[in-house]
Design a protein around this ligand. Structure first.
Ligand SMILES: [Zn+2]
Length: 627
């Protein structure tokens, strides 16, 4: 029987409506007494069917909106600094946006419960970010504007998930196809298939490649976009999320699961990607409409939140320690018959910004692990050593009147560096010079301050104590060409700008202007893909060609170029091995990907030698059977 009918029958007349919101079941009542006191009855049913049920009040009995606003302001202490109150009438939800959300929630949720009982609306909390983030505001407005569409969309997902919810499942097999990211870094994309589901894990672009090498193999026969049930994105780096809006352009209408910061940053990077294409006089792959479609179909999960995504797959996201919002995706397939962890990119080590990747899972049979720094030569120096070297180089450059350019990916290492420089200038380790943050990195900082729950406990508590390091006065935002010109013509400074591999973006503009002076210095610190401008410079090129408005221009490189990679948001080889050695429980099989071929193979054989765990290093287009 239909699960909603089953629930309604057991609760009798008090229920006016029952809907799915994705995997969640929501029921509405017009009986005020039942709304306030029906919890125990609902708990009984939850215990039986083992699915989450949320009870909300029917529209008919909700308090008037104006009254609600007054009531909320009466109940919530003023120090919470409410910035906005938004109503979603069709779902009986009131969203309260505040600077201090904890004070709206109250101890053990007591204030929220008071609001719920007083107004009969279901309150939800949102944090207003310390730095105004245009993208987060825009995303929220896209979601509100499409409330009706989303209600139906989420209900349809639920219908699909629960179609055969009480039938005995049989014949379980699981296979994993590599559409990209096999024995390479870039274009990560995996297709997981079971008898009942087709799910895409990541959908990236290889920005350093050209032609069809840029994209995952989406034209293979077993990939049919109309049969795709869900997409899950591990984190917002372009090599994992870059092609996602394109799926919507090609007609995909299903859900994409990820954390809220991953959604916001992916949208931001996608819009920037469109802008970069225009600047290079190329046709962008997708439009901002496709990015909005992606947002419209997003379902955000917090770490540890368990949710069904199809009739035979249940997922939980875990901290990956890599960048803000990055997750490892635990997939419980066929009611526990197979447990697969797609760990994406991970950092098994503490950074300023994030806590280390989790390696405790309820169950795990197969693990996917990256191998960006997997070879024997990839022992990263300690953080202290790396930071000292970095500060020394910066100090020397500033003292001789030069400028320091830091090309960054925008997300992850950039924020790590900003926090270190902020500390160094505050404590006098570095002379006080301006630190310029070019446009997009500033926007990404804003997203960091909007989601402190995803940050390390240390940074989170700084933000909660109003000592937010991201809003330090040493940082200035550079957003226009005129401002850029000011930086180029000005005195000693530090500039941080995207892209990290100098493939388009503001970093190339600064590079062109800084390159002709020996006093200036560029520090490369992220992975430099083969063929990229960054890689050429990393390998010591003294003269490079740059495309400018359709024609090629030669740039002689007199500035210093240094490479520092100890602060990588990826695990070094030792961290990768420790992540696996200390994993509990131990997987039976490990799939190695996301590394240059020799590194992946080297790392896989080391895992086997140390742990006697079966490993496999699939090439693109190969399929691995998990069960
Ligand atoms: Zn990454």
């Amino acid at each position: 029987m239909n699960i909603l009918t089953t629930i309604k029958d057991r609760l009798h007349a008090s229920i006016t409506d029952a809907n799915f919101e994705g995997a969640n079941i929501v029921i509405y009542t017009d009986n005020e007494k039942f709304f306030k006191e029906g919890e125990s009855k609902i708990k009984e049913i939850v215990a039986d069917i083992k699915k989450r049920i949320e009870l909300r009040a029917d529209q008919k009995i909700l308090m008037d909106k104006e009254e609600v606003e007054k009531e909320i302001k009466k109940i919530v202490p003023e120090e919470a600094e409410i910035t906005e109150i938004i109503f979603d009438l069709h779902r009986s939800i009131v969203v309260i946006e505040a600077k201090k959300p904890g004070m709206v929630i109250g101890k053990g949720g007591s204030i929220l419960e008071e609001i719920r009982r007083a107004t009969l609306w279901t309150p939800q909390i949102q944090r207003s970010s310390a730095i105004k983030s245009k993208i987060t505001d825009k995303i929220r407005s896209v979601l509100y504007a499409n409330n009706n569409y989303r209600r139906k969309f989420l209900h349809d997902i639920g219908k699909k998930i629960y179609k055969e919810w009480n039938l005995e499942k049989q014949d379980v097999w699981v296979r994993l196809g590599f559409l990209g990211g096999g024995r390479q870094v870039g274009r990560s994309c995996l297709l997981l298939q079971t008898p009942a589901s087709k799910v895409l894990l990541d959908c990236g672009i290889d920005v350093a490649s050209s032609g069809s090498e840029k994209f995952p193999y989406l034209s293979i026969p077993e990939f049919n976009i109309s049969e795709l049930d869900a997409v899950i994105i591990s984190h917002a780096h372009l090599d994992h999320s870059g092609l996602l809006p394109y799926l919507y352009k090609m007609g995909y209408k299903g859900p994409v699961y990820m954390t809220a910061p991953t959604r916001d940053i992916s949208a931001l990077l996608a819009l920037d990607f469109i802008g970069v294409a225009y600047k290079q006089a190329a046709a962008p792959l997708f439009s901002s409409t496709d990015v909005s479609e992606m947002v419209k179909h997003s379902i955000c999960l917090n770490y540890g939140e368990v949710t069904d995504i199809t009739s035979d797959i249940r997922i939980t996201l875990y901290n990956a320690g890599h960048v803000l919002g990055s997750s490892q995706i635990h997939m419980n397939i066929g009611n526990g018959l197979h447990n697969f962890v797609y760990s994406g990119d991970t950092k098994y080590g503490k950074t300023r910004l994030l806590d280390p990747a989790t390696n405790r899972f309820p169950r795990i049979e197969t693990l996917q692990v990256e191998s960006t720094y997997g070879s024997k030569n990839d022992i990263l120096p300690s953080r202290k050593e790396t930071e000292d070297k970095f500060l020394k180089l910066v100090k020397e450059t500033i003292e001789k009147g030069g400028k320091v350019l830091l090309p960054e990916l925008g997300l992850g290492h950039a924020q790590e560096t900003l926090l270190r420089v902020e500390e160094a200038m505050r404590t006098g380790e570095l002379p006080n010079v301006p630190m310029y943050i070019d446009g997009m990195i500033w926007d990404i900082n804003a997203i960091h301050t909007a989601y402190p729950d995803f940050l390390s406990s240390k940074v989170r508590s700084l933000i909660f104590q109003d000592k937010n390091p991201f809003i330090s006065e040493i940082f200035s935002r550079i957003g226009s060409n005129l401002e850029r010109k000011g930086v180029i013509e000005g005195g000693p400074c530090i500039v941080i700008a995207t892209s990290g591999m100098l493939q388009g973006g503001a970093s190339v503009e600064y590079f062109k202007n800084f390159a002709d002076s020996e006093n200036n210095l560029m520090i490369l610190s992220c992975y430099q893909g083969p063929g990229s401008l960054g890689r050429q410079l990393q390998e010591g090129a003294t003269s490079v060609m740059i495309e400018e408005e359709g024609s090629n221009k030669r740039i002689d490189v007199k500035m210093g170029v240094k490479l520092i990679n100890g602060l990588s948001p990826h695990s070094g080889r030792n961290e990768l091995l420790a992540y696996i050695n200390n994993m509990s429980p131990k997987p039976k099989k490990i799939i190695v990907n996301h590394g240059e071929s020799s590194k992946s193979l080297d790392f896989a054989s080391s895992i086997y030698k140390k742990n006697r765990i079966e490993t496999t290093v699939p090439r693109n287009l190969e399929i691995v059977r998990l069960k």
